[in-house]
Design a protein around this ligand. Structure first.
Ligand SMILES: C[S@@+](CC[C@H](N)C(=O)[O-])C[C@H]1O[C@@H](n2cnc3c(N)ncnc32)[C@H](O)[C@@H]1O
Length: 202
């Protein structure tokens, strides 16, 4: 059982986490022209806190995560609330990529758990449809105090300006970054950015 499997059942009980997800979802709604024809991918969905906020304004969402425990929690919520336009899948985007392309790829608080950011951005770029959007939320670079006892690889946040440059190199335009929320944890503030960009239409 990995770290996230062990946390999955109580994931949604943390109000700081739920508030963060709501703020990120609101920021995505404000920054991206969502519509009911869009096919979207959520990367590192966890229990689907973001997808469960956005599903009424998107055609359908494929929500993926490496943690089978997280996916099981999301599947329970999909079944209970009959969220017919969200599909939950436990898969590795590097070895078992989903069938694209997607009109929107979004992710929250997951990229800092992926060691090879460049490879992940390559994968996102390959999976984004011409004219499609990307919306990535994560911690700004921090001093390493955000995670209390996390065993496994983590970046101590990510540099939003570096990520914007990396997206432009991969052909994205209309890059923009805002502070979607500031998380308060253990007496400290941790800003969370939302980075959006668009792949030009062919
Ligand atoms: C901090 S949680 C965030 C979950 C959710 N996005 C939220 O905001 O509540 C990070 C999630 O990313 C997932 N994750 C980490 N590395 C991953 C990878 N390589 N592929 C897919 N999911 C990954 C973890 O399993 C975990 O569920």
């Amino acid at each position: 059982m990995n770290h996230f499997d062990s946390k999955a059942a109580e994931w949604d009980d943390n109000p700081v986490r739920v508030e963060n997800a709501r703020k990120i979802a609101a920021a995505i709604r404000a920054a991206v022209p969502l519509n009911k024809t869009m096919r979207a991918l959520e990367f590192g969905c966890g229990t689907g806190l973001i997808s469960r906020e956005l599903f009424p304004t998107i055609g359908n969402i494929l929500a993926i995560d490496l943690s089978s425990g997280m996916i099981a929690q999301l599947q329970n919520r999909i079944d209970e609330a009959e969220l017919k336009n969200i599909s939950a899948r436990c898969l590795d985007i590097f070895t078992d990529p989903p069938d694209g392309p997607f009109d929107l790829i979004f992710s929250a608080m997951a990229m800092h758990h992926v060691q090879n950011t460049d490879a992940l951005l390559d994968r996102f770029a390959a999976l984004t449809a011409p004219g499609g959007w990307i919306a990535l939320a994560d911690l700004d670079t921090e001093d390493g105090t955000f995670h209390d006892h996390f065993e496994g690889f983590i970046h101590h946040g990510l540099d939003r300006n570096e990520l914007m440059k990396k997206l432009r190199v991969r052909g994205f335009s209309q890059t923009a970054a805002i502070t979607a929320h500031t998380m308060h944890k253990n007496g400290r503030d941790y800003p969370v950015f939302l980075l959006t960009a668009r792949k030009p239409a062919e």
